[in-house]
Every structure is written in structure tokens, then in C-alpha cells.
Design a protein around this ligand. Structure first.
Ligand code: AMP
Length: 249
């Protein structure tokens, strides 16, 4: 069974993002970029399935600028067997990514696609669901446990009231939640090995997809700066301020 894992290059989660002065987006010049954390979990899960013998090949795929190659190399250092870069400088929105991924699925014929539940830059939480719709495959989002059994995948999901278990017929789409696993540290020997793994580059045109944005961003602004807090001497003053100043009680 082949597993396809889409990985996105995003601003590193430790970086404090800055909004551009013209409010058209977020400044990514000279900013540390990394693999989207939920995608690292997806690569780890696919690698574990391969190590258990449930999968035969793990393919990482990324759509974006040329530097996304680094993200693919990281995926290969975790355990992906090869990588595919869909190279474009276009601004990619979830529907465009889902269409590009569908074209790769049509070509590679994986039995499972494991995506992150969301990318931490746009927080869209849409690509996996859109891909499932385009392929007409079953989907299990926010997975906290994934078990492959006899042409099916059993997925445990954390929902408000507890745990929900879904059994999907393969081929299927799974999206990862934080508690699914803890990705392994990438070791130097594995980084070196990853450099020798196969990395193919295609363009959206090669895949017959027009990735042009369908939504227009009107404005991006930073959240308002929080006012400094004050210390109150006792509970009575606190209640008084909540009632008469903040007017929340
Ligand atoms: P989103 O719908 O943008 O929140 O992204 C959800 C998931 O879709 C991510 O965690 C990735 O697995 C995948 N994804 C989104 N954008 C890309 C991209 N440009 N290249 C590869 N995978 C992507």
C-alpha cells in the first residue's frame, strides 16, 4: 500500500509573525520556515505504518516555491521514501492545493492520503476535506489513532463527548490531530540519507491544474495590542471593577 503525505512549508511555529505594513499579508522575508507541525505528525504516522508492514511506500508531496524542497527533504529524513515538488510561485489556496493533490493521487494511485488537519499559517482546515470530495473518498479528520486492517482503516477521533471510532474502506483520506503521535527527532545520518532519495519536480501545468486564487484577501491586520493589567487589593475591588469598569458581570 502506498501512502501519500502532503507537507506544507510554513512560518516556523516559534516565530512571532509580523503583518506587512501595507496590510496585504504576513512578512516572510528572512523568516525561519519549517514543515507544518501537523504534517510532521502525518509523515511520522505513515512511516510507522510502513515500519509495521502495513504500507510499502511513503511519498511526500509539497506544493509551493522551490525552497519547499527542504520541507520534502525533512519528510524524507523522517522516513518518506521519495518526494514530489509541485513547483509554483503562485499563492495557493486550499481548493487549488486539493486539485493539485488530486492530480498526484490519480497518477500515483495511493491507498491512503494522510494530511495535517490544518496548516498553521492560514488555519484553513479545508484541504483534506476538499480532496476527499474531489476524489469521492471517505474521510476521517482529526485522527488520534490510525490502524490499518484488511483493506480498511480504523480511525479514532477525539470529539467533544469522548472518542469516536470510524472504519473506512480504503482508499481513504485521514487528517492528523496533535495527539496522534510524537514525531521522532531527525538524525544527521537520516538527513544525509534523505539527500540521496528521489525528488521529482512537476508544475501545476504538467498536472493540468490552474492554481489561481479564487478568494481575494482584502486586508490582514495584527490583533489589537493588549492594555497592561492592574493589581487590585482585594476581591471586593475586583468585583466592583468587573461590574462598573469592564461591565462583564
Ligand atoms: P489547510 O487546509 O490549508 O489548513 O491545510 C491542511 C493540510 O493540507 C496541511 O496540513 C497539509 O497536509 C496539506 N496542505 C495544505 N497546503 C499544502 C501545500 N501547499 N502543499 C502540500 N500540502 C499542503
Amino acid at each position: 500500500m502506498k501512502i501519500l503525505v502532503p507537507v506544507k512549508r510554513v512560518v516556523d511555529y516559534n516565530v512571532k509573525v509580523r503583518v506587512k505594513s501595507d496590510q496585504t499579508g504576513v512578512d516572510i522575508d528572512n523568516v525561519k520556515m519549517s514543515m507544518n507541525p501537523f504534517d510532521e505528525i502525518a509523515v511520522e504516522e505513515a512511516t510507522r505504518l510502513k515500519e509495521k508492514g502495513a504500507a510499502t511506500e511513503v511519498i511526500a508531496v509539497s506544493a509551493g516555491v522551490q525552497q519547499s524542497q527542504e520541507t520534502l527533504r525533512t519528510a524524507m529524513a523522517i522516513g518518506a521514501d521519495r518526494g514530489i515538488l509541485i513547483q509554483t510561485d503562485a499563492v495557493l489556496q486550499p481548493l487549488a492545493v486539493a486539485k493539485l493533490l488530486k492530480a498526484v493521487v490519480d497518477k500515483e494511485q495511493p491507498q491512503m492520503v494522510i494530511l495535517g488537519k490544518q496548516a498553521i499559517d492560514d488555519d484553513a482546515n479545508q484541504t483534506g476535506q476538499m480532496l476527499a470530495a474531489l476524489l469521492d473518498w471517505p474521510q476521517a479528520t482529526y485522527a488520534s489513532k490510525v490502524e490499518v486492517e484488511d483493506g480498511r482503516v480504523r480511525v479514532t477521533r477525539e470529539v467533544d463527548g469522548g472518542l469516536e471510532t470510524l472504519v473506512l474502506k480504503l482508499p481513504a483520506i485521514v487528517t492528523t490531530d496533535l495527539r496522534l503521535n510524537e514525531p521522532r527527532y531527525v538524525t544527521l545520518p537520516n538527513i544525509m540519507k534523505a539527500k540521496k532519495k528521489q525528488l521529482d519536480t512537476v508544475t501545476p501545468q504538467d498536472l493540468g491544474v490552474d492554481p489561481s486564487p479564487r478568494l481575494k484577501t482584502l486586508k490582514v491586520s495584527a490583533p489589537p495590542v493588549r492594555k497592561a493589567g492592574i493589581k487590585v487589593p482585594d476581591a471586593a475591588t475586583l468585583v466592583d471593577k468587573l461590574k462598573n469598569e469592564a461591565k462583564v458581570v
